[in-house]
Design a protein around this ligand. Structure first.
Ligand SMILES: Cc1cc2nc3c(=O)[nH]c(=O)nc-3n(C[C@H](O)[C@H](O)[C@H](O)COP(=O)(O)OP(=O)(O)OC[C@H]3O[C@@H](n4cnc5c(N)ncnc54)[C@H](O)[C@@H]3O)c2cc1C
Length: 414
């Protein structure tokens, strides 16, 4: 069998066996019989967070449940489903999710487990919609963690360490339409004085730049259809004269509809369409979340490394994420700015730049995205999570023999 790799190809999983249980009973037996087991979602993480040297479980053969409770608006989804498998059914029932990541290809449980996020001053990480989850724990038992369970805020961003999540209950909102417009030519210096204005310019806003010598950015504005239009020439920008891809030079047909045409939330919030390869396809990614109050200073620190960053970069993206209470969420307890980097697929050249960025961003309490490439020492990362001890206690109570651990989680959270 060919070695199993993550989407980016930079992690080769060391699993001794890959399992695809087709129902909960088989999954329970499998878990009870294993001393070392992890779940692989859709494999879109760039860090070795999903790896194991034991049994790797893939949930794509499990029943594809999407059960909406129309009275409460809560939808119970099978953990292995991709957002793209869920969103149209929600929309058809008049419901929506408040936020999505840049791509609908990732699975719901994998996104929750790593604190994956989209953008928007009022939008939290995707896992913040989780109001309940169902786990198979180390002894093969099933545990339902409900909305009132004090363990829920610890169990959502779990890095896969508490058990196999089989279902997630997601709170939904009434469905809504958005437009997407790309505004080009924002001078990077404008972020010094206008970062808050830029991030407030839409329901969900992404700022893309290459940190190149032209020192400009493109603002991807996803706006509610009844939002007041932005003034002409807003902050020195011009509306794009055609469809764009976030990465300069890449084919725009991979990207979701732009040019101000209204459409449902799930067809505008992600940048990439489900039927196409998202992003560049051959790349590495890193991201750090900094507190909003320190975001301008953090961006200046990044700008100071532009000569290092630009040569190994496809594009950088800035997004805003509202604070949440999920213990291991990178936005826990603080409104944040996500400072993201899509790198060229060259680990040797990229890692020294990642290290330089970490050093420059350390004074701003930058928390690395769990699913992307970072190098920080465990002690430095652990110091950024005030609820880590609570998480450790939860982990010990649910998984005392560390069945669901791996080298990455042993290093960063155990
Ligand atoms: C092109 C691209 C674009 C991206 N865009 C964004 C973005 O916009 N925003 C952002 O924040 N991130 C983004 N990411 C990162 C990505 O969202 C995260 O890495 C996310 O975790 C991927 O989900 P996955 O299902 O592929 O998880 P995997 O990489 O498969 O797994 C991640 C973790 O989840 C655990 N897990 C998965 N399923 C279960 C389960 N059922 N039970 C228990 N544990 C489970 C795994 O064990 C592992 O620890 C992007 C990645 C790519 C490749």
């Amino acid at each position: 069998m060919a070695a199993l790799r993550n989407w980016a190809g930079n992690v080769t999983f060391a699993a001794r066996e890959v399992h695809r249980p087709a129902d909960e009973e088989s999954l329970r037996r499998l878990v009870a019989a294993s001393s070392r087991l992890r779940v692989l979602g859709s494999g879109h993480s760039f860090s070795p967070v999903a790896d194991t040297d034991g049994d790797l479980v893939v949930l794509d053969q499990m029943p594809a449940d999407v059960d909406l409770d129309t009275a409460t608006g809560v939808v119970r989804v099978a953990a292995g489903l991709r957002y793209g498998d869920v969103v149209e059914r929600l929309h058809a029932a008049g419901r929506a999710l408040p936020s999505m990541g840049s791509l609908p290809h990732i699975c719901v449980a994998g996104a929750a487990a790593t604190g994956t996020h989209g953008s928007g001053d009022g939008n939290q990480v995707l896992g913040a919609s989780v109001v309940g989850l169902r786990l198979v724990t180390a002894d093969g038992d099933v545990l339902d963690v409900g909305a009132d369970d004090p363990r829920l805020p610890g169990a959502v961003v779990s890095l896969g360490t508490l058990g196999v999540v089989t279902h997630l209950d997601l709170a939904t909102v009434p469905t809504y339409d958005l437009t997407q417009t790309v505004l080009e030519g924002l001078p990077l210096d404008a972020l010094d004085d206008h970062l808050d204005d830029v991030m407030a310019a839409g329901y969900s806003v992404s700022v893309f730049t290459t940190w190149g010598p032209e020192r400009r950015a493109a603002v991807w504005c996803k706006r509610l259809v009844d939002a007041e239009p932005l003034p002409e020439g807003w902050l020195g920008t011009t509306p794009a004269d055609g469809a764009r891809h976030p990465v300069p030079g890449e084919a725009a047909d991979h990207a979701t509809q732009q040019l101000g045409e209204p459409g449902p939330w799930f067809a505008r919030l992600p940048h990439f369409r489900l039927e196409f390869t998202p992003s560049v396809g051959e790349e590495l990614q890193s991201e750090w979340l900094v507190p909003r109050g320190q975001a301008v200073a953090a961006l200046r620190a990044v700008a100071g490394l532009a000569d290092l960053v630009h040569p190994v970069l496809a594009v950088s993206e800035l997004r805003s994420i509202a604070a949440d209470g999920l213990w291991l969420s990178p936005a826990e307890g603080r409104d944040s700015l996500g400072v993201h980097f899509t790198w060229v697929p060259d680990t040797e050249r990229v890692l020294p730049v990642v290290e330089a960025l970490e050093e420059a961003l350390a004074p701003f309490a930058a928390r690395p995205h769990w699913g992307k490439v970072f190098r920080a020492e465990p002690a430095a990362v652990q110091a950024l999570y005030p609820r880590l001890d609570d998480f450790r206690e939860l982990r010990r109570s649910l998984d005392p023999t560390a069945t669901f651990g791996n080298a990455f989680t042993a290093r960063y959270v155990d």
